[in-house]
Design a protein around this ligand. Structure first.
Ligand SMILES: Cc1cc2nc3c(=O)[nH]c(=O)nc-3n(C[C@H](O)[C@H](O)[C@H](O)COP(=O)(O)OP(=O)(O)OC[C@H]3O[C@@H](n4cnc5c(N)ncnc54)[C@H](O)[C@@H]3O)c2cc1C
Length: 307
């Protein structure tokens, strides 16, 4: 019988050094790593098991990780797990829990008194509704208006808390007394996820279209934690996901025309394919897809035919 080969548990000194450290997010939130399993080498090792290959040099490990991420060979990234402890306002948590591929345990306000903290905005943090994006924010309010909004918020938070505490005092069940707590109330949870799903979360929530508040958490997870935990994977993720651009069939053809200086052909193609329409008054109406393509062109330093 073959002898057992004893192995050492993988560890990442850079991540061990920040285990349990609370990274402050927003006014009273935080995120900290509770535990983790695996590192860049675990990803490589898992991939080489499928290829029946042995250990290679570090430079080859880096290249393999980049290859796997580039070609969406995702299962080796599932070999790494990480567990966080987060404190987050309930409205943002509601976005967070839409990511179904994590395991969660949340602080129970049926069992315990709700956390006495609500996300409060400083006077210079109030954002106006965006005029171009129905889901987004625009400019900040002038300070004077911001101060008034902050004052109203403070009064409302106090009132809501007092109502909640008076219900508790009167013996109302905690599960019912909580019903009028504001969504800004902080909750805490353990959130565990594998690296593949975490990268998917970061891709969606570090992106500019995500709400500022959840982006603040995702930025800390990415820049302060994942970058230290799996540096090769992190670099590949930035190169092939976060900073990369996806091109549709139409966009690929249009990009060729723009690069060859065929602006008129590009305009005609966009019209033929319904990406640009003509309004009743004869003006060109740029569809969403073409606007997104223009953003991609601009990120490549190219001038758009519709500019
Ligand atoms: C900028 C932004 C705006 C958003 N706006 C809205 C909104 O207005 N309204 C709204 O309701 N949501 C909104 N969402 C949430 C969004 O629709 C997703 O629910 C959320 O981002 C989670 O993504 P996911 O399902 O890919 O992630 P996860 O749940 O982590 O799943 C990861 C992947 O696993 C697979 N998967 C998981 N579960 C299933 C399943 N049951 N069936 C099939 N495949 C599955 C899918 O491939 C999925 O991409 C928004 C998200 C973002 C980032």
């Amino acid at each position: 019988m073959e002898e057992d080969t004893l192995i050492k548990r993988t560890s990442v000194p850079e991540l061990d050094a920040i285990l349990g450290k609370k990274f402050k997010v927003l006014d009273d939130g935080f995120i900290r790593v509770i535990d983790y399993m695996g590192n860049d080498s675990s990803i490589v090792q898992a991939a080489r098991v499928s290829y029946g290959d042995g250990t290679k040099q570090v430079s080859q490990d880096r290249a393999l990780i980049r290859y796997l991420l580039r070609h969406k060979h995702t299962t080796p990234f599932e070999m790494c797990d990480i567990k966080f402890h987060v404190r987050v306002p309930m409205d943002i948590w509601r976005q967070w829990v839409r990511h179904r591929t994590a395991s969660i345990n949340e602080y129970s306000t049926r069992y315990s008194i709700a956390i006495d903290s609500a996300r409060s905005m400083a006077a210079d943090e109030w954002r106006m509704q965006s005029t171009t994006n129905r889901q987004g924010s625009g400019d900040f309010f002038p300070l004077e208006q911001g101060e008034a909004l902050t004052q109203q918020e403070k009064e409302f938070h106090n009132q809501a808390r007092q109502l909640y505490l008076s219900r508790i005092e009167a013996g109302v069940a905690r599960e019912q007394a909580r019903k009028d707590l504001p969504l800004s109330t902080y909750t805490e949870a353990y959130w565990k996820c594998n690296l593949h799903n975490l990268l998917h979360f970061l891709n969606l929530r570090m992106e500019g279209a995500a709400q500022y508040e959840i982006r603040a958490y995702a930025d800390v997870i990415g820049n302060e934690i994942v970058s230290k935990w799996v540096p090769f994977t992190w670099d590949a993720f930035i190169d092939y996901r976060m900073e990369a651009a996806y091109l549709s069939r139409h966009e690929k053809l249009l990009l060729g025309m723009v690069a060859r200086g065929e602006a008129e052909a590009a305009k005609a193609y966009a019209k033929e394919n319904g990406m640009v329409t003509i309004a009743e008054d004869g003006t060109e109406k740029l569809g969403r897809e073409i606007k997104e393509f223009m953003t991609k062109l601009s990120s490549m330093g190219l001038t758009s035919p519709w500019a």
